[in-house]
Design a protein around this ligand. Structure first.
Ligand code: NDP
Ligand code: 2IT
Length: 453
């Protein structure tokens, strides 16, 4: 059967050249699915995995806009509508200069399995642009978002495709895009999630990914009769996911000692308390500054600039118990993973999408760590997006407690699916197999029911 994966990967690479992140994501899932395809020849004969790998639709478009100097700028926009077997396409939009087709295809592919794990009826999609919001004025961001939505609106809808935020897309960007959609369509609908409180957003959606990643870690620790109380945690990133991961770790009695951005990281041995976290939230969300400023404000913290040519990231080389990678893909390589294990880290809950490369994943599994892969551990964000869609459909909103309880229940259920599925397929404790197979089966069965479409 690994012959099957080998041949599949030869085809995937030939058909999707120069998309290394997409190859990586498919490889990891295919390796797990060998276990289920052996038991279920019907999935193989209906070429279910081969069909899941091929996006149902890829939309790529020009996004022209005018900057504050009056100069014309041109970016590229994308939406990958990956799979709609179990619900409308659902997934975030990423605005970052590194965005390209392959990165969005890997993200859309991961989203299919993640959304299935949430138990909610959502298919998988992802989109975005190579637009860099850094250093842009609010007016420039607005003009870009409006131009982006002027094209995207003809492809999406509350029952077709429901985008949300991701890197570089937060409440501000969702607001500008929602405004433009509403104006063009003359319709107030739940076409985007992550909306503001006063215009259809759900309570807890901003917090959901970070909170969810910590709830997932809590569930993993429970299997060893442990809690987060007193645990030292490494967190990367300093955006939406990193901030609310830090908040929930504090709520549960743990201590976060690192945060980062694309230029460097801070190590604060005393821990990032609530006052310091409030400073970070203001720094990143309001002043849109750099994490380096944290070490200027709190001189006991050490700032280290990121060396892109180094063979490891020093953020992952500190004594700790837990790691919450919450920045971006492939931020942990094999060497980093080994450093984490050597430093005593045995809980890894991925807030980011595919932050660990394949070598790192293998090291975590070989060392029997509690390793929660992104498609399970960070599913809280899209899960609360699903709850936002439900509230929009009802024209009603739930309280903070109601949404938070549902989020905690969903994370518990995803954890349970991972554990029982991994056991059922003979690899107990392997959350990668549990998440990949658990997410796959529901989509695969739906695809069998729906025929060859
Ligand atoms: P934000 O834009 O709010 O924050 C991203 C953070 O990661 C910033 O600190 C950013 O630093 C850093 N970062 C981005 N790119 C790189 C890079 N190439 N190298 C190092 N650091 C980088 O995004 P989110 O917090 O929303 O997203 C973080 C991760 O979580 C992503 O992988 C995303 O896909 C994933 N995720 C997000 C969800 C959500 O609901 N928002 C849901 C599930 C997963 P800088 O400021 O320098 O760019
Ligand atoms: O990667 C992700 O799950 C997200 N960026 C959130 C997607 C969503 O639709 O809320």
């Amino acid at each position: 059967m690994s012959e099957y994966v080998k041949n599949l990967m030869v085809d995937v690479k030939a058909k999707n050249p120069a998309e290394p992140e997409f190859h990586q994501a498919v490889q990891e899932v295919a390796d797990s699915l060998v276990l289920v395809l052996e038991k279920h020849p019907e999935y193989r004969s209906a070429k279910v995995l081969e069909r899941i790998i091929e996006p149902e639709r890829v939309i790529m478009f020009r996004v022209p806009w005018v900057d504050d100097q009056g100069e014309v700028q041109i970016n590229r926009g994308f939406r990958i509508e990956m799979n709609s077997a179990i619900g409308p396409y659902k997934g975030g939009l990423r605005f970052h200069p590194s965005v390209n087709l392959g990165i969005l295809k890997f993200l859309a592919f991961e989203q299919v399995f993640k959304n299935s794990l949430t138990t909610l009826p959502m298919g998988g999609g992802k989109g975005g642009s190579d637009f860099d919001p850094k250093g842009k004025s609010d007016a420039e961001v607005m003009r870009f978002c409006q131009s982006f939505m002027t094209e995207l609106q003809r492809h999406i809808g509350p029952n077709t495709d429901v985008p949300a935020g991701d890197i570089g897309v937060g409440g501000r960007e969702i607001g500008f895009m929602f405004g433009q959609y509403k104006k063009i369509k003359n319709e107030f609908t739940g076409v985007l999630t992550g909306k503001g409180r006063n215009w259809g957003g759900s309570l807890i959606r901003p917090e959901a990914t970070g909170y969810g990643a910590v709830y997932f870690a809590k569930e993993m620790l429970t299997t060893r009769n442990e809690t987060l109380e007193g645990k030292v945690c490494l967190v990367s990133g300093s955006g939406n996911v990193a901030q609310f991961t830090t908040e929930k770790v504090l709520d549960l009695g743990g201590k976060v000692v690192t945060l980062s951005d694309s230029q460097g990281y801070i190590y604060d041995e005393e821990g990032i308390d609530r006052e310091k976290l409030a400073y970070v939230m203001d720094l990143k969300n309001v002043r849109r500054g750099r994490i380096k400023e944290y070490a200027e404000k709190y001189p006991n913290a050490v700032y280290t600039a990121l060396d892109r040519n180094a063979d490891h990231n020093p953020l992952w080389n500190h004594k700790a118990d837990c790691a919450f990678p919450s920045a971006t893909q492939n931020e942990i390589n094999g060497k980093d993973a080994q450093n984490l294990v050597n430093n005593g880290v045995y809980v890894i809950s991925e807030g980011a999408n595919m932050p660990s490369d394949l070598d790192a994943v293998n090291i975590f599994i070989e060392n029997k760590t509690l390793y929660g892969p992104g498609k399970a551990a960070n599913a809280g964000g899209v899960a609360v997006s699903g709850l936002e869609m439900a509230q929009n459909s009802m024209r009603y909103s739930w309280t903070r407690e109601e949404v938070d309880n549902r989020l905690a229940m969903i994370m518990k259920s995803i954890h349970e699916t991972c554990v029982t599925t991994a056991e059922k397929y003979g690899t107990p404790g392997n959350y990668v197999n549990g998440a990949n197979i658990g997410g796959f089966v529901k989509v695969a069965d739906a695809m069998l029911d729906l025929g060859i479409v």
